[in-house]
Design a protein around this ligand. Sequence first.
Ligand code: APR
Length: 261
Amino acid sequence: MRVLVLTGAGVSAESGIPTFRGKDGYWRNLDPTRLATPEAFARDPQLVWDWYRERRQRIRNAQPNAAHEAIARLAHHAKDFLLVTQNVDDLHARAGMPAQKMVQIHGDIFVTRCSRCDWRTELRDADIHNIRGHIGLAGACPSADGNEQEDVEHGIPTCRKCRALMRPGVVWFGEQLPWNELQRVEDFLDGGACEVVIVAGTTATFGYIIDWALQGSPECLRGELIEVNPEETPLSRFATRLVREPAAIALPRIVNEMIRS
Ligand code: APR
């Protein structure tokens, strides 16, 4: 079976990670133009870094849920499989999703990259100790025990190569999608029609999510398009199956059915 899965923030909601536009979503209370644009970062990099660090910590304290685990299981069973997630958290990966079967199209919150050159680092817990030697820190102040690692979590990191400010490795509003990741999605779609497309936990706000779900256009849709979302979205009218349930409830059942079939 050839399977494409598209996920959004709703899949991580049951792990305690807020969505963006749902109830108590980030954009219900916060202004994205002050936190998630290149202009916002230029205007107030400390404010932006504080918000992304708070989100990193919340994700570190979270666990993958049954939806993440079910999708990882499907990835292992399907002949051809690709997960395209808009989520910048690492819950799909921690649930066992192989990196080669996943595209994080909006980036990875644990990546820190230079806002000017191509220097980048990945900030996993274990790496906090390693990162110390990699980047210089603007406004660094030694912590009580003189150990710099705290600065990584508080200051505004600067690039070791060009001294420009480092920024979270995510795609902000108004920015291009990462070319390599885009190519991987296109290559998979060019590889032939999918028997099953699952779209879970997204408002499908961006046109490319709708295009990929329809594999180009409604006429191209050969197989099943399953939407898992308690609410209606712009994709609902194209779906061959609507599952108005939370992802962690619905996806284990759907995946078991597919694996058994
Ligand atoms: N199970 C399934 N779906 C859920 C659940 C759940 N437990 N809880 C909420 N949802 C659904 C909501 O009904 C909503 O349709 O998840 C969707 C979340 O939508 P958004 O908050 O808009 O998140 P997403 O679609 O991922 O946003 C896309 O926008 O803000 C940018 O870059 C950010 O990647 C993000 C992109």
